[in-house]
Design a protein. Structure first.
Length: 198
């Protein structure tokens, strides 16, 4: 039998196989700071790149279903899938609106939100009024303000009829902000008002 003798190797500080506590904590600190920097940078980059990606979600016409669903002279609740949805949205992806079928070729589609603070309004067919449960806002059947704190009527979606289906422009919930930015008074012409004319 032969005896194998192992020489003990002396490990010095200069040996590349040695991991010091300082080196390990430095690497952990760098990794942690990189993760925090990435978490902070992600929303900033998405904000800056957002306009470049386009506005395809904001220019969406969505079907509410066949015209048979909305009898003439009645107001019905309808829902549609938000065009700007994510897989994790679940049921919150569904957006509600009120559809009023005025005449065979005329509709009014109202946002479900009260014009005061955005609470969902309810339709009461007995009194033919929309009522807001939060602060007592009341609207007539045509969406006009009847009483309460709201200063204006309900917001309306633009609509069109395509192949016997009712479609609404659902990329943005109608508000004063996007209505005002999309419409220019006729007296200003195509160049805008005096201060913004180019």
């Amino acid at each position: 039998m032969t005896d194998i003798v192992h020489e003990e190797q002396k490990i010095t500080k200069d040996d590349p196989r040695v991991v010091s506590r300082r080196w390990l904590l430095l690497k952990i600190g760098i990794g942690f700071n990189a993760l925090v920097g990435l978490a902070i940078a992600t929303p900033i980059v998405r904000y800056l790149v957002g306009p470049i990606r386009g506005r395809k979600f904001y220019d969406s016409w969505v079907s509410l279903g066949p015209l048979d669903q909305f009898p003439v002279g009645e107001t019905r609740l309808a829902t549609y899938d938000n065009p700007f949805s994510r897989p994790w949205d679940g049921e919150t992806d569904k957006t509600a609106c009120w559809v009023r079928h005025v005449s065979p070729a005329k509709f009014q589609v109202f946002a479900i939100n009260c014009a005061h603070l955005g609470c969902p309004v309810r339709w009461f067919p007995q009194s033919e009024l929309f009522m807001c449960p939060c602060h007592g806002g009341v609207y007539y059947a045509d969406g006009g303000r009847a009483s309460g704190p709201p200063e204006r009527g309900l917001f309306e979606y633009d609509y069109k009829i395509v192949k016997n289906e009712l479609h609404i422009f659902a990329g943005q919930t109608p508000t004063l902000a996007n209505r005002a930015s999309l419409q220019m008074p006729a007296e200003f012409g195509s160049k805008g008002c005096g201060s913004c004319a180019g």
